[in-house]
Ligand binder design. Structure first.
Ligand code: SF4
Ligand code: ZN
Ligand code: ZN
Length: 306
């Protein structure tokens, strides 16, 4: 016998543990859109006339992000959705993910803008990793620095007002906990400031899916039939985050709502710290003009070393 949806008469297909709701396919769609709308409003993430650059990785989180934003923004004819992908140049991984990204974007009748490390920095990530002299600086560290810059450059080239990324509730809870465990509480304030304190030269980044869990995303992409590529990156190495992920997943399973509680703790910490003056001021990088607290930005100093 099928179990009834908590919101209507149809059969439930998904149990959302942290709200203890059983949802049918149409209520899963409506509840997901509703949660994302509430997150967007709570943090003032979007404005009516925004040009929204949407970072597409080819994976399921950004597949859900694009689909959800297209549905939500359908109500606002003045806004524009601009999907883009950063191609780091990781053989056998990003090239496969790119195929899924193109298919996804095509389904929504949009164009995919692609920026590659090779075009922007003259090297693929594979080449950077192969030729680096300092092997203690891992692939993900190079990737993170260059991707941040590439995303900002892409957003500027697209004349975007904001960049939306596919970070979900699980990522956010892990990041908050990791920052606390490393004693870096000030970083938490950066996590949810979004458009509040714009820095000249930085296109603000928003995370509309931060109220949606990994399980929600899996159910959503499955029932909305979204194409995605779900093979881990060959360089994936963040052992510390993996440990935190395994621990938090166990806690969330035993005590549904743990992720949400960590997110609201992050909000409280962030608010109390924001009443203090900021300790970093930004200037323009001497080499590329990107905003940075140093004389030369991290990407340019890494490029010099390489
Ligand atoms: Fe880049 Fe590391 Fe992510 Fe691979 S796992 S895409 S190297 S940050
Ligand atoms: Zn229903
Ligand atoms: Zn620079």
């Amino acid at each position: 016998m099928s179990v009834k949806c908590s919101k209507c008469e149809k059969s439930a297909v998904y149990l959302r543990r942290y709200t203890n709701e059983r949802l049918c396919v149409s209520c899963l769609l409506e509840c997901t859109l509703d949660r994302v709308r509430r997150t967007i409003n709570k943090y003032d993430m979007l404005k009516r006339h925004d040009r929204i650059a949407v970072a597409i990785s080819g994976g399921k989180d950004s597949a859900a992000l694009l689909d959800i934003l297209v549905r939500i923004e359908d109500a606002y004819s003045e806004s524009e959705i601009l999907p883009f992908t950063i191609d780091e140049g990781i053989m056998g991984y990003r090239d496969e993910a790119l195929k899924a990204a193109k298919k996804l974007v095509g389904l929504h009748g949009l164009d995919l803008h692609i920026w590659s490390f090779n075009e922007l920095f003259g090297k693929t990530l594979d080449e950077i990793v192969k030729n680096r002299s300092d092997t203690s600086f891992g692939a993900c560290s190079y990737c993170g620095v260059f991707r941040r810059k590439a995303m900002n450059d892409a957003a500027i080239a697209l004349d975007a007002d904001v960049v939306a990324t596919g970070h979900i509730m699980d990522d956010e809870a892990q990041t908050i906990l990791m920052n606390i465990m490393r004693g870096d509480t000030r970083r938490i304030t950066r996590g949810n400031r979004f458009r509040a304190n714009p820095v000249d030269g930085f296109i603000p980044r928003i995370k509309p899916l931060m109220g949606i869990s990994q399980r929600d995303v899996i159910a959503y992409t499955h029932y909305m039939h979204l194409p995605y590529h779900d093979v881990p990156c060959p360089y994936a190495e963040e052992a510390y985050r993996s440990e935190v992920r395994i621990f938090l997943n166990k806690m969330e399973y035993r005590h549904p709502g743990t992720f949400l509680a960590i997110l609201s703790s992050g909000d409280v910490i962030s608010k109390s710290l924001l009443t203090r003056p900021s300790d970093s001021t930004f200037r323009k990088c001497d080499k590329c003009g990107s905003p940075t607290p140093r004389n030369v930005c991290k990407a340019c100093s890494l490029l010099e070393e390489l």
